[in-house]
Ligand binder design. Structure first.
Ligand SMILES: *Cc1c(COP(=O)(O)O)cnc(C)c1O
Length: 322
């Protein structure tokens, strides 16, 4: 990062940013990509690209862009969000199909976009395979894939990221989070849409200057930190086993994982005294968070090693019963 060649990315002149955009576009099988400061901005730009005023945008009720972006989808746009169930990691396809059909018939607003998320955070980090990704695209409207953790999914289902994103018009991934870069996400798609995305990025204040310094961290992450995501998944599984042992049935996504949507680097589970448990874990130096009220979440990543997992396992073992 310290030696990255830089230029003014607002004018497309930062060679490191340009290289990161090209590498990412190639990895996800799209013609072009744009570097953005955050995954949220990448999702919000995608909504602006596809979501026409007065239309329905079909989203999963617990997707990040619905539940964890502070209402930005509604605040920034003039479409309606049509939320369908996604408890198991994929959209309720019959509800999504109903919205599309009713839109085509002129009964309901037309559907301008369908949003997917892979891995799907709120189901407990389930990875979804290419066939189930393709099913949503077969409904007709363009698909935006929130692939904040797409490379976790690719590793877990042993499918290239480009195949998972193949039926999506646009795809967003974070090089921060599990991939380990300090900052940044990318949005990829066809060249004309990404040119338009650059305009939206400017409107949202996301066009940066000598961003090559941080983009270099993203390039390193794409080159060195994808394959090792399997280690994070194995460590999460160790935690997940302990949770399943102590509190049978509490872990989110268990049924789906048993049926072929594998877990990745998230362990989420219901606990009647979630705040008390966080406090207990915190005293042992283990930091977990809440996904929602009463739902505890662990995430494993580059900075969590086997010794850390052993400490977390011990802290879980000594947690009070309920
Ligand atoms: C973290 C996350 C985002 C947004 O990323 P930020 O960089 O935190 O804005 C989007 N989608 C999912 C599924 C995420 O987990």
């Amino acid at each position: 990062m310290a030696t990255a060649p830089v230029g003014d990315d607002r004018y497309g002149e930062d060679p490191t940013v340009n290289l990161l955009e090209e590498r990412f576009a190639t990895l996800v099988g799209k013609a072009a990509a744009v570097y953005v400061p955050s995954g949220t901005m990448g999702n919000q730009i995608a909504l602006r690209l596809h979501g026409s005023p007065g239309s329905n945008v079909v989203v999963g009720r617990r997707q990040h862009l619905m539940s964890y972006e502070s209402g930005a989808a509604g605040l920034n746009n003039a479409f309606q969000v049509y939320a369908v169930d996604d408890t198991g990691g994929v959209l309720d396809m019959s509800a999504a199909a109903e919205a599309v059909t009713a839109g085509r018939g002129g009964f309901w607003p037309p559907v301008s976009l369908i949003c997917l998320e892979n891995t799907h955070l709120s189901s407990g980090g389930l990875a979804v395979g290419a066939e189930e990704m393709a099913a949503a695209a077969s409904l007709g409207p363009p698909v935006h894939l929130d692939g904040a953790r797409l490379f976790n999914a690719a590793v877990a289902v042993e499918t290239p990221a480009a195949d998972l994103a193949g039926t999506a018009a646009t795809v967003m991934s974070c090089v921060s989070k599990g991939l380990g870069a300090p900052v940044g996400s990318l949005l990829a798609g066809p060249a004309d849409l990404i040119a338009e995305a650059r305009l939206h990025r400017r409107r949202l204040g996301g066009a940066m200057r000598q961003a090559g310094v941080i983009a270099a961290g993203g390039l390193y992450a794409l080159e060195h930190h994808i394959d090792r995501l399997a280690d994070d998944h194995a460590r999460a599984q160790r935690l997940g086993d302990v949770v399943a042992d102590r509190w049978p049935g509490a872990r989110l996504g268990e049924a789906e994982a048993a049926c072929g949507r594998p877990f990745t680097n998230v362990v989420a589970f219901r606990h009647p005294d979630a705040l008390g448990l966080l406090d207990h874990l915190g005293q042992a130096g283990v930091r977990a968070g809440l996904l929602a009220p009463g739902i505890v979440r662990f995430v494993t990543h580059l900075d969590v090693n086997d010794a850390d997992i052993a400490r977390a396992v011990a802290a879980l073992a000594s947690a009070p019963d309920y």
